[in-house]
Design a protein around this ligand. Sequence first.
Ligand code: C5P
Length: 228
Amino acid sequence: MKKITIAIDGFSSCGKSTMAKDLAREIGYIYVDTGAMYRSVTLYALRHHLFNADGTVREQELRRQMEHIRISFCMNSETGRPDTYLNGENVESAIRTMEVSSHVSPVAALAFVREALVGQQQRMGAEKGIVMDGRDIGTVVFPHAELKVFVTASAEVRARRRYDELKAKGMEADFNEILRNVQERDYIDSHRATSPLRKADDAVELDNSHLTIAQQKQWLLAQYRRAA
Ligand code: C5P
C-alpha cells in the first residue's frame, strides 16, 4: 500500500484524537495532535503572563517570544501514544486543563501563531505516512491529503465525553462549564479570520454522536483502505 496523508478535522472534543491515534498505531503511521501544539503555545503564554486581565493576548509580546517556543512529540512507551513536550518538558497533562482550554482559541486565532505551527506541521508530514488531527489540516496544512475526514457530534455529547475524560484522569470537572467552553470554542474556531474551521469540499463527513469507539475505528480503517 502506498503511504498517504490523512487529515482529520472537526469540532472540539468530538473524539478525533482517539480515532486518529488508534488508526496511526494500527497502520504504523506517525500521529500528530495539532491541538496539542496550540495548547502548548497557550500554556507558555499563561506561564509567561502574556494575557491581559480581559483574557485577550498580549500579541506583540507573544510574537517576540515565539522563537523561544519549541514543541515536540515523543512516544510514551507505557501508553503507546506520543506525549507533547514544550521546551523539553513533558506537558501532556498540563495542556489539558480547563485553564488552557479556555484560553486556547484566542491564541489559535493569531495569524503569526498559525504560520509558525502550520510550517512545523507541514515539515512533519513531508514524507507522508502521517495522521494529523486539528481544525485546518484538510483545508490549509495538507490541502492535497489523499484522505480527509471531517468529524462532528452534538455539543452535549462532546461535553459529556470531555467531562468523563477529565473525571477518569482524576481532574476537576464541571459539566456546564465544559459545555460552555465547547460551544465558545466552536464559535471562535469557525468565525476567526485566519483558517476558520470548515469542512474541506473533498472531506468525508462522520457524525459520531451515536457511534462507539470500535465502530468509529472500523469506519476509519475502511476509509483508509479505500484511499491508500
Ligand atoms: O483539538 P483541541 O481541542 O485540543 O484543540 C484546542 C484548540 O486549538 C481548538 O479549540 C482550536 O482553537 C485550536 N486548534 C486550531 N487549529 C488546529 C488545532 C487546534 O485552531 N489545527
